[in-house]
Structure formats: C-alpha cells, structure tokens
Write a protein that binds this ligand. Sequence first.
Ligand code: NAD
Ligand code: UDX
Length: 480
Amino acid sequence: MVKICCIGAGYVGGPTMAVIALKCPSVEVVVVDISAPRIAAWNSDHLPIYEPGLDDVVKECRGRNLFFSTDVEKHVAEADIVFVSVNTPTKTRGLGAGKAADLTYWESAARMIADVSKSDKIVVEKSTVPVKTAEAIEKILTHNSKGINYQILSNPEFLAEGTAIKDLFNPDRVLIGGRETPEGQKAIQALADVYGQWVPKERILATNLWSAELSKLAANAFLAQRISSVNAMSALCEATGADVSQVSYAVGTDTRIGPKFLNASVGYGGSCFQKDILNLVYICECNGLPEVANYWKQVIQINDYQKSRFVNRVVSSMFNTVSGKKIAVLGFAFKKDTGDTRETPAIDVCKGLLGDNARLSIYDPQVNEDQIQRDLTMKKFDWDHPTHLQPMSPTSLKQVSVVWDAYEATKDAHGVCILTEWDEFKGLDFQKIYDNMQKPAFIFDGRNIVNAEKLREIGFIVYSIGKPLDKWLKDMPAVA
Ligand code: NAD
Ligand code: UDX
C-alpha cells in the first residue's frame, strides 16, 4: 500500500488529500499539522473550513484510508510520498519584506523531513513557492545525507475556494514538475499514477521543476490581471455611460479571450492573488527585470485603486461624509461559498469607511465576529501567518458590530454595501429593507448582484460597479 503524508491541513492540504483518499482507496493518506485545534476539527463533525461537498468526502474516507494527526514526525517517517502544503505568506520583515515569500514554514518542514526520514521519499511541493525553491529544498534534504534518496516534485494546486471539491474531482490539468533524470521521471510517474486513478491521462502534464513552479505564479497573475483589466474598464464605463457587463460579454464572446473571470467587482481578494503576484514581482526584480516587475505590479495597483474608488463613491454619494452614519456591510468573505477572509476586499473597504468615522454593521453567513474583529485590527500581511500562532487582538472596534441577519444589519442604516456575492443576498426583501432604513437610502453593490432598476423603483439610490450612474451619483462625483 502506497503511503502518503501531507504536511499542512489547511484549505489546500485538507480537501486535496480527502479527494486523493476518496479516489484511491488503496492509498493510505495521513494529513498532519502542528495546529492541534485544526486537527481536532478535521476529526470532528465541524470541519475547520467551509467548502461545499467537503463534509461528504471526509465522512466517506475518514478512518478508512484518510487520517488527520498531530504526530507529524511519525507519519512523515512512514510515508513514501510527502506533500508539503504549508502556508507561504508574504515576508513581513527583513530582506524582501512586503513582497518576497516567507519560506520559514516550508524550511522547517523540510528540515523535519530530513531529520526523521529512514527510507527514500518523494517530496512534493504543493504550496505555491518561488521558482527554484526545489533547489533549496534539495540542499536541505540532502545536507545531512544518511544515504536516503529524495526526489523533489513540484505539483502546484489550482483549486479555487468555494469550488475546491468540484475542481479537484475534475481539474483542468494536474501539473507535475520533476528532474529530467531517470529517477526524476520515475517519481513523476509515481505521482501521475495516483492522479491517474481519476484524472484523464491527457490532463496530467509533466514539465521540468522550474516550469511547474513558475506556471503556478503565472496562472494566478494572469487570472488576477483579467480582473484588474475588467475593473479598470469599469471605471471608464462609469465615466462614459457604458455598461461593464455588456462590455465584458462583448469582449468575452471572442473565443480567443473567453467569457470566464470577467466580472467587475469591488476588487479581488483571497490568500493567493496578491501574495503570488508580489512574489512574482520580487523574483523579476531579483533577476534584473524591473520592466517586467512593474508590469505585474500594476495588477495590484489597479486592485487597490478599485477598493479605494468604491469607498470614495460611498462617502461622496452620502454628502461627502459617513461620520456617525450606520453603514450595513453585507458579505465579508472574499467570495461566496467560503468563510475565508484572507485579503478580502471587505477589509480595505471597511477600514476606509471607519477612517471616515462610519459605524459598521456587518453580516456574513460564514464569518463570525472574532474573525471580523481580528481582520479589522490586524496589520497588513500578518493574516497569512496561521491564526493559532497569533495572539487575539486585545482591542475590538466599538464602531463595528457583527450580526447574524441581513435585516438586522440594514435596520436604521443610511447605506448598504454588498461586498460578497452570496446567493442569499439576491433573494432579500428589499422593500422591507428600504422601509427600515434612513432616507435617502443607498445601496452600493460591489458585486453587481442586485437588480438596480427594481431597487430604484422602490426608492433606493443605487450604485453598481461599472454601470451607468443614476442622476444622484452623477451630481456627486467620487474623487478617485
Ligand atoms: P493554510 O494556512 O490554510 O494551511 C497551512 C497549514 O500548514 C496550517 O494549518 C499550518 O498550521 C500548517 N503548518 C505550517 N507549518 C507547518 C509545519 N512545519 N508542520 C506542520 N504543519 C504546518 O494555507 P492554504 O490556504 O492551505 O495554503 C497552503 C499553500 O497552498 C500556500 O502556499 C498557498 O499559496 C497554496 N495555495 C492555496 C490555495 C487556496 O485556495 N487557499 C490554492 C492554491 C495554492
Ligand atoms: C485563485 C485561483 O482561481 C486558483 O486557481 C488558485 O489555486 C488560488 O487562487 P481563489 O482565490 O480561491 O482561487 O478564488 P477565485 O475564484 O480565483 O477568486 C479570487 C477573487 O477574485 C475573489 O475575490 C473573487 O470574488 C474575485 N473575482 C473572481 C472577481 O472579482 N471577478 C471575477 O470575474 C472572478
């Protein structure tokens, strides 16, 4: 029986290993983590992450060929294949702070593998890492050579949160990079055999190590670039009277461009895009390519611009001040169908509104008060250092209340900001909401999910990203 151990029971390690266990009943999969609470949650009825379909997969395999444990060393020592899926946050201090990937967690995992291994192993980079990380890992693993043979593979993960199980069941591709030696090719084949249990052969791509590592950063940069492109267009649409949905549709019907990932929004969030582009920018700079670095930096700058443009629109529409006004925030997660708030645009929007002294009432169906308070008081880039390693914020913001109902959040509010595209927001009784709000009542739709015309008929003043502005908003132009 092939034994797999995955170090890191997070958003990637947990779902990925659960699906491998489901699809490969003859493989034993153990997911290990230094976080005891996280492992306890994986072993309970309340999994540590919310992901549609995940509960069923875990229920079917846990205790059969899927195990979660804090006994990291034992399971690493016993494994044939070790996946490393630890977090690789942006460095917060020292050389490359604010850009470079912090490989502390990766390095400590690699040193531990070297210390405890007694048999040959395939070590798989599942985390997103800078190009050439495999070379550094190889050095660490072979430093105290005990005659053990390690093959390093790069097998980046492309799942998106909210659709992780669907993506893992039916991936566009599985990418495996390895050394171009007979041993390297043999290791690629061993991993391809695991995925080959459910992924069609033609979708399993083999490359050299550096191509696989770089492809992950490139794919995220391309995806984020599409959103920044459409968001840049949304600003121009508002200025000209064009409608960004019509423009996206017209552009996306070109088969060379394609229709996906062209939804204008308040900005992209999530643990990956910004971190990975910053990492790419840093690598370009280190390789003497400032022009390339500046090109990708713009993707982040437009994203920041889109978030501050949204805040400015809210403030300027409401007589240039939100001081003391109650603003309802619907949605805090970085996208629907996840409780993840890492780099969510809601953080910057809320901080912007708080900067103008607003009172916020926040509702998200999957995010609790502790998490929101933590996010709004945490320093930038601290978020991707595991929460269990961080102290709870000593203060909570008094101007922020977190409620468990959209109607409660909007009661007596002057304005509503929709920041996550949860399906339930589309079905709200907006007449009821309007009746209970201060007048004039504003809705700022950061995800273009509500029917603006219907809401205008009720009496709302409505702002939708990239859509023609109503008269009120035209008369109160936002300062970008
Ligand atoms: P996460 O923070 O949810 O999980 C990482 C886990 O690793 C944590 O539970 C942490 O306790 C554990 N860990 C850290 N150091 C450890 C060690 N030495 N030994 C044992 N456990 C350790 O992170 P994530 O979202 O799962 O991301 C993991 C990697 O995958 C990152 O490199 C990320 O860029 C990449 N990635 C993430 C996504 C995503 O959608 N979240 C998608 C593709 C790739
Ligand atoms: C992303 C990549 O899609 C995935 O392949 C990679 O493995 C991890 O990073 P994720 O961040 O989980 O996945 O979600 P994604 O669906 O890409 O959305 C990222 C952000 O972009 C969200 O805030 C989302 O709301 C926003 N978005 C997405 C838009 O604003 N417009 C779009 O058209 C699509």
